[in-house]
Ligand binder design. Structure first.
Ligand SMILES: NC(=O)c1ccc[n+]([C@@H]2O[C@H](COP(=O)([O-])OP(=O)(O)OC[C@H]3O[C@@H](n4cnc5c(N)ncnc54)[C@H](O)[C@@H]3O)[C@@H](O)[C@H]2O)c1
Length: 251
C-alpha cells in the first residue's frame, strides 16, 4: 500500500492512459501525490478520464500523442518538460493487441504492433532517461504481459513484442543502474479492462478456469504494483519482471 503523498513533487508520464490499466495507473499515481502527464491517441476519452481523476485539471494533464509517430513523441515530451520539468517516473503502458493466427498476420500488422509496443517504448524511455540520468533519480515501469512469457495460439506478434519489452527492460536497467534509475517490468495475465470485457461470458469463464486463484485481476491491483515500483522504497529493485497472474505461471 502506497503511503499518502509518497510521490508528491514527482512528475509521472503514463502512456495509454485513456482507459483500462493505464487509467488505473494514472489514478493510482495521482492518489500517491504525483503530477501525471497522461498520454493517449484517443483524445476525447483521455480527456474524460483525466477530468474524472482530477476534476480541477491541476495534477493530471491529458496529452494527445500517437506513439507510432516518433516526432510527435519528441514534441509532446518537450511540451511537457517546458511546463512541468523533467519526468521522474515513466510507465510504458500503451500497447496494440493483435489476436491473429500465424497465417493471418500481415507484415503491416506486425509492424503496427512493434511500432507501439517496442519501438515507441525504446525511444521514449531513451529520451526520458537522459533527464533521469542527469537528475540521478528515475523510475521506469514497462507493462508487458504473460503473453511474453507463455505461448498461446494467436499471440505471435503481441507475444513477441512483450518478450522484447522484457528484454529491453533488462538492458535499460543494466545501463541506467549506476545513475539511480530503476527499470522494471510488470507481466500481468488477464486484467478486467474494457478490452477483455469484449470477449464475452463464455470466453471469460474459460480464462478464469485457467487461473489458480479463480479470477482475473482488477486493474487497481496492477496499478498499485506500478506505484510501488515507482516509489522511494523500490530503489534496490531493477531489471525485474513482476508476474501478477493469479498463479497462471509459477516459476
Ligand atoms: N488487459 C489485460 O488483460 C492485459 C493483460 C496483460 C497485459 N496487458 C497490458 O497492459 C497494458 C494496458 O492494457 P489495457 O487492457 O488497459 O489496454 P487497452 O487497449 O484497454 O488500452 C490501451 C490504451 O493505449 C492507447 N494506445 C494504443 N495505441 C496507441 C498509440 N499509438 N499512441 C498512444 N496511445 C495508444 C489506447 O488508445 C488505449 O487507451 C498493455 O500494455 C497490455 O498489453 C493487458
Amino acid at each position: 500500500m502506497a503511503c499518502i503523498d509518497e510521490l508528491a513533487g514527482r512528475t509521472a508520464l503514463v502512456t495509454g492512459s485513456a482507459q483500462g490499466l493505464g487509467a488505473a495507473v494514472a489514478q493510482a499515481l495521482h492518489n500517491a501525490g504525483a503530477r501525471v502527464l497522461a498520454w493517449d491517441v484517443d483524445e476525447e476519452r483521455n480527456h474524460a478520464t483525466a477530468t474524472r481523476i482530477d476534476p480541477g485539471g491541476v495534477r493530471v494533464v491529458p496529452v494527445c500523442v500517437d506513439l507510432a509517430d516518433l516526432d510527435a513523441v519528441d514534441r509532446a515530451y518537450r511540451w511537457g518538460r517546458e511546463r512541468f520539468g523533467p519526468v521522474d517516473i515513466l510507465v510504458n503502458n500503451a500497447a496494440r493487441a493483435l489476436p491473429k493466427l500465424l497465417w493471418e498476420t500481415t507484415p503491416a500488422e506486425w509492424d503496427q504492433v512493434f511500432e507501439v509496443n517496442v519501438r515507441a517504448a525504446f525511444f521514449l524511455t531513451r529520451t526520458v532517461a537522459v533527464d533521469m540520468r542527469a537528475g540521478g533519480w528515475g523510475r521506469v515501469v514497462n507493462m508487458a504481459s504473460l503473453a511474453g512469457q507463455m505461448a498461446r495460439p494467436t499471440g505471435a506478434a503481441y507475444g513477441a513484442s512483450k518478450a522484447a519489452l522484457i528484454a529491453l527492460t533488462r538492458v535499460f536497467a543494466a545501463e541506467l543502474a549506476p545513475y539511480g534509475v530503476t527499470v522494471n517490468t510488470i507481466a500481468p495475465a488477464m486484467v478486467d479492462t474494457p478490452m477483455v470485457r469484449e470477449i464475452g461470458k463464455e470466453a471469460w469463464a474459460g480464462l478464469t478456469a485457467q487461473v489458480p486463484v479463480g479470477r482475473i485481476a482488477a486493474p487497481e491491483e496492477v496499478a498499485r504494483l506500478a506505484v510501488h515500483l515507482a516509489g522511494p522504497d523500490a530503489g534496490f529493485i531493477t531489471g525485474a519482471t513482476y508476474d501478477i497472474n493469479g498463479g497462471a505461471l509459477m516459476r
